[in-house]
Write a protein that binds this ligand. Structure first.
Ligand SMILES: *Cc1c(COP(=O)(O)O)cnc(C)c1O
Length: 349
């Protein structure tokens, strides 16, 4: 087998969900955001593990993801769709019992005409200017919307990973005004907002990234391990180059291992000459450019021929690797390629 192995610890995901759930009052429901194939980790096993841990509401970005999720978990749990009810979504929403978070009057009209009586939620814009109805729009249609008995009214924080940012308090106030006296459960916070404190929790939180072991949830348990097989090793003499563009030149005799994974697998090219891999506890620098299917690593200092090296492991978190590549944990995880063999531990797997 020459593909890398992505090992996902379902017990760690369940533990992270419980830890985030424990940060809000018992009356606050903790949903689970599992869009983008559970941030690249595999929506089926992740959703089943979270349902077992006690999650009763899941959230996805688009209806297609909701359909795949319903297949994986069966009837019962609520599935919120952040993009709302788009043209072409009606059959999926109706047949698979998805709850669209309606973002506009247009979506609201589409929903009630196509699926009268079907569950719905409302998404409001509290200042991020990305999705949801604006305060003025909401004021105008609120009385109509509330007659449709929405299951949830939600909004999203733009700066929750910066606790001192004044935007947090501004959005809190704006959202609080918009949901006041509606009698409908409300939700403002994802992972970052949970950490901001109880006034941000309302009736439901919707963590994603924290479940998967990354910042801003510093106390998260690590979830992913990524091991890449060594295809070949070779000895270089001083002055020999490695990889496309000759961007790395051996300064002394060097042993290079060529590993099976590249930018097509989410090891973005910005990691070239930056990232580090691990042979157990020993760091080994990635040298030369990342190519589509391969990376090259300096293993001169190892006293053995490794069969594989780890790029995500106890020595290097998703956020460590993201930093080396100049990005964030979210992008690192959701870039993890389809070629890896995904293995699951725990969670009854
Ligand atoms: C992605 C997303 C979440 C989850 O955010 P995290 O930062 O990953 O916890 C919650 N709500 C909305 C609207 C989102 O788009």
């Amino acid at each position: 087998m020459s593909t890398g192995t992505l090992t996902v610890d379902l017990d760690a995901i369940a533990a992270n969900w419980r830890a985030l759930d424990a940060m809000s009052a018992a009356t606050v429901e903790t949903a689970a955001t599992i869009k983008a194939d559970a941030y690249g980790l595999g929506v089926g096993p992740v959703a089943r593990a979270l349902a077992q841990a006690g999650a009763r509401t899941f959230a996805v970005a688009v209806a297609e993801e909701g359909a795949a999720l319903r297949d994986a978990i069966g009837p019962g749990p609520a599935i919120l769709v952040y993009s709302g009810h788009m043209a072409g979504d009606t059959d999926m929403i109706g047949d698979l019992d998805l709850t669209p978070m309606l973002n506009s009057v247009e979506q609201m009209t589409r929903h009630v005409e196509a699926l009268p009586g079907h569950p719905l939620g409302i998404q409001l814009d509290s200042g991020m200017n990305r999705l949801g109805m604006e305060p003025e729009e909401w004021a105008a249609v609120r009385h109509i919307a509330l007659r449709l008995k929405p299951k949830l009214i939600m909004s999203h924080l733009a700066c929750a990973d910066e606790p001192d940012h004044p935007m947090n308090a501004q959005q809190l106030q704006q959202f609080g005004e918009m949901v006041a006296d509606t009698g409908v459960p409300s939700s403002l916070s994802a992972t970052g907002g949970i950490l901001l404190g109880s006034q941000y929790h309302f009736d439901m939180t919707r963590p994603g990234i924290g479940l998967y072991g990354a910042l801003p949830f510093e106390a998260a348990q690590p979830v992913a391990r990524l091991s890449l097989p060594v295809i070949q090793t070779r000895e270089l003499e001083e002055g020999e180059p490695v990889g496309y563009g000759n961007t790395w030149i051996a300064e002394a005799s060097t042993r290079i291992a060529t590993l099976s994974a590249g930018y097509a697998d989410g090891l973005i090219r910005a990691m070239s000459n930056q990232a580090v891999l691990f042979a157990d506890d020993e760091p080994c620098p990635l040298v030369g450019r990342v190519s589509m299917d391969l990376i090259t690593v300096d293993i001169s200092h190892l006293d053995r021929e490794p069969r594989q090296l780890d790029i995500l492991c106890s020595k290097q978190s998703v956020d460590d690797l993201a930093e080396a590549a100049g990005t964030i944990g979210y992008e690192m995880l959701t870039s993890l390629g389809a070629r890896y063999t995904r293995r699951y531990t725990g969670g009854g797997a």
